[in-house]
Design a protein around this ligand. Structure first.
Ligand SMILES: NC(=O)c1ccc[n+]([C@@H]2O[C@H](COP(=O)([O-])OP(=O)(O)OC[C@H]3O[C@@H](n4cnc5c(N)ncnc54)[C@H](O)[C@@H]3O)[C@@H](O)[C@H]2O)c1
Ligand SMILES: O=c1ccn([C@@H]2O[C@H](COP(=O)(O)OP(=O)(O)O[C@H]3OC[C@@H](O)[C@H](O)[C@H]3O)[C@@H](O)[C@H]2O)c(=O)[nH]1
Length: 341
């Protein structure tokens, strides 16, 4: 039985899928990745597919993801790709569910806020229903946004957050908070094996070029010779985790004994002005840095306390921002057709 972070009675988990014990299927672990055609999801799929005992099913509606991110696996006998919207029920036989489906860039999650909240609430209910039916373990990719505009710094998992319930970001941050509640209620009421990761800003190759998030914006702008748009005041901070470190943390959480929530992120903290200066220095020293208007409720500071991840998962990030940015630059150069001079 997984160790639980909060109080409450816990029923034993339902019997695992009979497939786990079936004579001919015993060897393989069937893993569903919702949102697996997206940025983090497709890197997670790559890592899961490296294990020959894993069969991976991706369910994605391609809102912000793309088949292109998974092209090397299409047609592979241990891989299956389903066009599916998680706001509809899904009937598959699996042992583990990594539930990532949800637009993550503020531009995309604000585009259709009602759909975003449906994805977080109905989508998570559907995946928990599936986990309950087949006895699968389920991991939710929650977010540092559950801490809102935090009054505690750095943020540890016992902080309840400072979130505007009626703002333009609420479809996402309140949606994820309800998703976490649903996870714990299914765990306490039905004994479902749950894992919750609170992911902090993650970057790396394969982010959409026009994703709208800060690292992809600055790298694309630097390569196109455009000004880097720092949203005012520029003193707001974020902590950036390279995607391979993130995937490692998610798999450790899934395979470990703790429900979470556990912060997964890189504690290296930067202001957005510092980030712009670093991108300028590393990629294109001739571009300008300009200040543009910000959006409402932008969190002013964010840095994970990763004590729990270190102690419970034996995990900590390995890749520093200065080492990760050039890896992302190479991928963006290839996709934008901008060769290195
Ligand atoms: N990248 C980050 O910095 C970050 C930080 C915190 C949390 N997260 C969480 O991690 C997960 C993945 O984020 P990402 O950065 O890879 O984002 P992404 O936008 O690249 O990927 C999300 C994927 O989910 C799919 N999707 C969206 N709505 C769906 C729906 N209703 N049904 C089926 N598929 C749907 C998209 O098409 C896409 O493939 C998300 O749950 C996000 O909230 C990411
Ligand atoms: O071009 C830009 C874009 C963004 N920014 C700033 O950069 C900071 C980070 O913005 P992003 O849009 O990358 O991401 P945010 O940190 O606001 O939200 C993210 O948080 C964690 C995840 O859950 C999501 O991936 C996303 O919601 C903000 O302060 C924003 O104002 C710029 O200065 N310039």
């Amino acid at each position: 039985m997984a160790k639980e972070a909060s109080n409450g009675s816990t029923k034993p988990p339902p019997t695992p899928s009979p497939l786990r014990n079936a004579k001919f299927f015993q060897a393989n672990m069937r893993i569903l990745v919702t949102g697996g055609a997206g940025f983090i999801g497709s890197h997670l799929v790559d890592r899961l597919m490296e294990n020959e005992k894993n069969e991976v099913i991706v369910a994605d509606n391609y809102f912000t993801g793309s088949k292109d991110n998974l092209k090397k696996w299409i047609g592979h006998p241990r891989f299956e790709l389903i066009r599916h919207d998680v706001t509809e029920p899904l009937l598959v036989e699996v042992d583990q569910i990594y539930h990532l489906a949800c637009p993550a860039s503020p531009i995309f999650y604000k585009y259709n806020p009602v759909k975003t909240i449906k994805t977080n609430v109905i989508g998570t209910l559907n995946m928990l229903g599936l986990a309950k039916r087949v006895g699968a373990r389920i991991l939710l990719t929650s977010t540092s946004e559950v801490y809102g505009d935090p009054l505690v710094h750095p943020q540890n998992e016992s902080y309840w957050g400072n979130v505007n319930p009626i703002g333009v970001r609420s479809c996402y941050d309140e949606g994820k908070r309800v998703a976490e509640t649903l996870m714990f209620d299914y765990h306490r009421q039905h004994g479902i094996e749950i894992r919750i990761a609170r992911i902090f800003n993650t970057y790396g190759p394969r982010m959409n070029i026009d994703d709208g998030r800060v690292v992809s914006n600055f790298i694309a702008q630097a390569l196109r010779g455009e000004s880097l748009t720092v949203q005012s005041p520029g003193t707001q901070t974020r902590s950036f985790c390279y995607v391979s470190d993130m995937v490692d943390g998610l798999i450790r959480l899934m395979e470990g004994e703790n429900t979470g929530p556990i912060n997964i992120g890189n504690p290296g903290e930067f202001t957005m002005l510092e980030l712009a200066e670093t991108v300028k220095e590393l990629i294109n020293p001739s571009v300008e840095i300009i200040m543009v208007e910000n959006t409402p409720d932008d969190p002013r500071q964010r840095k994970p306390d990763i004590t729990k991840a270190k102690e419970l998962l034996g995990w900590e990030p390995k890749i520093k921002l200065r080492d990760g940015l050039p890896l992302m630059e190479d991928d963006f150069r290839t996709r934008l057709g901008v060769p290195k001079k």
